[in-house]
Design a binder for this molecule. Structure first.
Ligand code: S5P
Length: 262
């Protein structure tokens, strides 16, 4: 892995995973390590939030199955916004089944996730088959996968030897697995460079009533060596201040990264 203080640009130059390289380049070009998690149930609200946050983010994370009025039009408009504002789309599907099933869930059904989401994620619990099933669909169309190595929620079972085994699984599929959803940097090896995208980030609150636990951009990026902060309610929780709050989290995330690099 690149040293903890290596810049996104330096890492992009030598990265072998195409999606990781693309994201690192984008982050450097746009000077942002902020991802917004837009967990809202209306297409119109989703698109409004994304358009307002757009200038400040590198990734939009969706839970497409919570949108009540989902249509192909939403996907087309979201894709247009990703081009307008220069960000990647990450469908937080958390696949967790046998290879054959996840390949169908990823390619087919109502959502056809692989046709529009640059990035998706999977739990390691089924074993290597989950990666193989997703890779079969996603790799030919240039998609990337994140493995859930840790979770932000209280009492998560993704710790210790489970986390270690997840990293080992990712190592066996580096052509498709671009990194992890985790709470800290996952590897210090200099022959690999997994990106770490980290949810459970907020500056105002320490958590919610259902086990979510929040840490600050400084803790996540500067102290724990993660690469991208994922902020949900910290931004969309104030629907009238999307632009302003995105700007604030972007600045906090980028300053923490700059301090890490010096
Ligand atoms: O460990 C995790 C992994 C994920 S992907 N913890 C999480 O909270 N998430 C997701 O990040 C979760 O599904 C939600 O979409 C987002 C956090 O939202 P927030 O409103 O708590 O910031």
């Amino acid at each position: 892995m690149a040293p903890k203080n290596a810049t996104y640009a330096a890492r992009a130059k030598v990265h072998k995973n195409p999606l990781a390289k693309q994201l690192l380049e984008l982050m450097e070009r746009k000077k942002t390590n902020l991802s917004i998690s837009v967990d809202v149930t209306s297409s119109e609200e989703l698109l409004r939030i994304v358009d307002q946050a757009g200038p400040h983010i590198c990734v939009v994370k969706t839970h497409i199955d919570i949108v009540e009025d989902f249509s192909q039009d939403l996907v087309e408009k979201l894709t247009a916004l990703s081009k307008k504002h220069d960000f990647l789309i990450f469908e937080d599907r958390k696949f967790a089944d046998i290879g054959n099933t996840v390949s169908l869930q990823y390619s087919s059904g109502v959502y056809k996730i692989a046709s529009w989401a640059h990035i998706t994620n999977a739990h390691a619990v089924p074993g290597d088959g989950v990666v193989a099933g997703l890779k079969k669909v996603g790799q030919p169309v240039g998609r990337g996968l994140l493995m859930l190595a840790e979770m932000s929620s209280a009492g998560s079972l993704a710790t210790g030897s489970y986390t270690t085994a997840t990293v080992e699984m990712a190592r066996r599929h580096q052509d498709f697995v671009m990194g992890f959803i985790a709470q800290r940097r996952m590897s210090e090896r200099d022959d690999e460079d997994f990106l770490v995208l980290t949810p459970g980030v907020q500056m105002e609150s320490k958590g919610d009533a259902m086990g979510q636990q929040y840490r600050t951009p400084q803790q996540v990026i500067e102290k724990d060596g993660c690469d991208v902060i994922i902020v949900g309610r910290g931004i969309y929780g104030q629907p009238d201040k999307i632009e302003e709050t995105s700007r604030m989290y972007r600045a906090a995330g980028w300053e923490a990264y700059q301090r890490r690099c010096t």
